[in-house]
Design a protein around this ligand. Structure first.
Ligand code: ADP
Ligand code: ZN
Length: 626
């Protein structure tokens, strides 16, 4: 049986090896066991049920919560020559009838259905007349009220076990938190299932957090130096900010479009569709955007505002780099974010014990932003995984953070708050520390307090950093009901009395001209100015348009990069490209070989074109295209 699985992996999917737990999972499902799969996004969950679906006799029923996601998967499978279909509310009666007929006649290897359709008595009866290979419950965390995507229809799925006792079930999710996991096992009656838990690390994602100074310009600089022509998501906290940023990005010449729950349904759908179907679109969005976005080649996720907690951060950043290629999670963080989120929390009507949990979660995120340790280590530890740093792919690993003894500075900062009566904001306090005789300071006669002018050993920037870190550590608090003035907290006194030491992180000085990417290892994507790369991408887009599917359904970026690197000119060579199975070989090899040949001819000086391309000419052509 596993021989058959191996052959399908190669001939249908075009891959040479199973990844991680895939082999073991597939082996169990093929044998008929129930299985629970916990794997991060992009790790390859789909194959865990798609291959058993092809190995076992009968039709596999895949339960998925999102129409867009189902369609994407089916398009991908059809491209591979697999008999797959969807059954959901997007089909009219006639089309739905045809799919049902195909199912009854045993003409389908995989059928994707929405849970509400599956649990209809009529449909269950229909299934009882069919030979079923397995049930796959995708996004299985939707069954849990603990999770963020609870779907009441999922709660009925436990019935499958009693109704179809001989059909194996495989439940899959990328949700990392423990409460949801336990709930899922109970709700779906998976206590006897085999569990496969993978590391939730996403090694291809580079994590970076910058101190907010001029966020728009910082973002622009980041994109300009590292992600020109790439598709990405920019998250903002509010609808208004989404609109403003999208507008600003467009004026700066970026292909940016907004997405938030306040836009009408048509615009939302149109924008999402553009993001999925076109190349290099940037979507500026609130967290309303993302659930079920299966686009594999999102190259960056940028947060202009702080996410709500670590779970949110992991999930939102997790939307980039599904294809395993380098991607960047970029976040601009400033004290104002912490203040705003704390304020929102304090205003919330949730019961006090929930607020307390939320507050703690926010503090973990702030700690993550301020840490001088490996970010991946802190992130994975938060989710209960032991990870021993360094990862060499986060800002702190690539440019170790220096810390400095901040005891005296903290005392100055805090006593300035105290001496001025705990009634002023950061800007004013810094003016006092730096000894500026502004009219406001004169009005309050604060040039006479003992902290006036005592802070000249530090710059304005440094004082901002000091106050930010004090607030982040709850050594000072911001009173939002009082124009954001700073106040002492219980934790302030030991510091003021000199009983506690403090290490501040030294904020890195960003070199405007030099890209941060120079530091990272993520250098193996072709440049957006590369002629062959552009030609390959254009051809892919043209084919995708004519077939009405997203470009990555034709070829993943990883396959396209492999074509770009190996420049196959024969069918045999093309068959060795990553992700090229027999069907794709038949359909696309000639078309892409033609693109390569044309492009190479253009790049070689006409006097040096020997035909066929060998020796010096070929070498030069190679250089030209690299
Ligand atoms: P998930 O559902 O876990 O987010 P997918 O199933 O969409 O991930 O897989 C992510 C990508 O990895 C897809 O492009 C998929 O084809 C690819 N992939 C999965 N398994 C393998 C493998 N064994 N070898 C190479 N690529 C794989
Ligand atoms: Zn690291």
């Amino acid at each position: 049986m596993m021989q058959a699985a191996q052959t399908i992996l190669r001939d249908v999917f075009g891959y040479t090896e199973f990844r991680g737990h895939q082999y073991a999972i597939i082996e169990h499902v093929v044998k008929g066991d129930d299985v629970l799969v916990l794997m991060p996004t992009g790790a390859g969950k789909s194959l865990c049920y798609q291959i058993p679906a092809l190995v076992r006799p009968g039709t596999a029923i895949i339960i998925s919560p999102l129409i867009a996601l189902m369609q994407d998967q089916v398009d991908t499978l059809l491209q591979l020559g697999v008999k797959a279909a969807v059954l959901n509310s997007s089909l009219d009666n006639q089309a739905a009838f045809q799919v049902e007929q195909a199912l009854l006649q045993g003409d389908l290897d995989l059928l994707y259905v929405a849970p509400e359709r599956l649990m209809m008595p009529r449909f269950l009866q229909l299934l009882e007349q069919c030979k079923l290979a397995l049930f796959a419950i995708d996004e299985a965390h939707c069954v849990s009220q603990w999770g963020h995507d609870f779907r009441p229809e999922y709660a009925q799925l436990f019935q499958l076990k009693t109704r179809f006792p001989h059909v194996p079930r495989i439940a899959l999710t990328a949700t990392a938190d423990d409460a949801t996991r336990r709930d899922m096992i109970e709700q779906l009656k998976l206590t006897e299932a085999k569990y496969f838990i993978s590391s939730f690390d996403r090694p291809n994602i580079h994590y970076r957090i910058v101190q907010k100074s001029n966020p728009r310009e910082q973002l622009h600089h980041f994109l300009q130096t590292e992600h020109q022509g790439d598709a990405g998501i920019i998250y903002c906290l509010s609808r208004k900010r989404v609109e403003e940023i999208a507008d600003w990005m467009q004026k700066k010449g970026w292909d940016a479009i907004p997405y938030h729950a306040g836009l009408d349904k048509n615009t939302r759908q149109k924008n999402q569709q553009r993001f999925l179907r076109e190349e290099g679109i940037i979507i500026v969005a609130t967290v309303a955007f993302g659930m079920g976005i299966d686009k594999s080649n999102v190259r960056f996720v940028a947060h202009l505002d702080l996410p709500k907690n670590m779970e949110g951060y992991y999930q939102e950043t997790g939307r980039c780099g599904r294809d395993g290629l380098p991607a960047t999670a970029w976040l601009s963080y400033g004290i104002s974010d912490v203040v705003t989120l704390r304020h929102i929390l304090s205003q919330s009507e949730a019961p006090e014990h929930i607020k307390r949990i939320e507050r703690r979660k926010l503090e973990s995120l702030v700690g993550f932003c301020e840490t001088s340790l490996c970010r991946r280590q802190v992130l994975l530890n938060y989710f209960g995984e032991t990870y021993t740093a360094p990862c060499h792919n986060c800002d702190n690993c690539l440019r170790p953070v220096e810390t400095w003894d901040g005891k005296i500075a903290a005392q100055m900062a805090m006593s300035c708050v105290y001496r001025t009566g705990q009634r002023f904001g950061v800007k004013y306090l810094i003016d006092v520390l730096l000894g500026k005789e502004t009219s406001q300071i004169q009005r309050f006669q604060h040039e006479k307090v003992s902290t006036f002018g005592i802070g000249k050993t530090y710059t304005l920037q440094q004082w901002h950093s000091i106050y930010r870190q004090l607030v982040a550590a709850n050594l000072l608090t911001v009173d939002m009901d009082n124009y954001g003035c700073l106040r002492l907290t219980e934790k302030s006194y030991p510091v003021l009395r000199g009983e506690q030491t403090i290490a501040f992180r030294r904020d890195p000085i960003v070199n405007k001209k030099k890209s941060e990417k120079m530091l990272s290892q993520n250098k193996n994507l072709p440049s957006h100015t590369d002629i062959l790369w552009q030609a390959l991408k254009n051809k892919r887009l043209e084919l995708a348009r004519s077939e009405g599917v997203p470009p990555y359904v034709i070829f993943h970026d990883k396959s396209l990069i492999d074509i770009h690197e190996k420049k196959p000119t024969t069918l045999n060579e093309f068959a060795n490209i990553f992700g090229v199975g027999q069907r794709k070989l038949q359909r696309y090899a000639d078309i892409f070989i033609q693109v390569i040949n044309t492009c190479m001819q253009q790049l070689v000086p006409s006097t040096a074109v020997p035909s066929p391309l060998v020796g010096e000419g070929a070498r030069r052509a190679d250089e030209g295209c690299l």
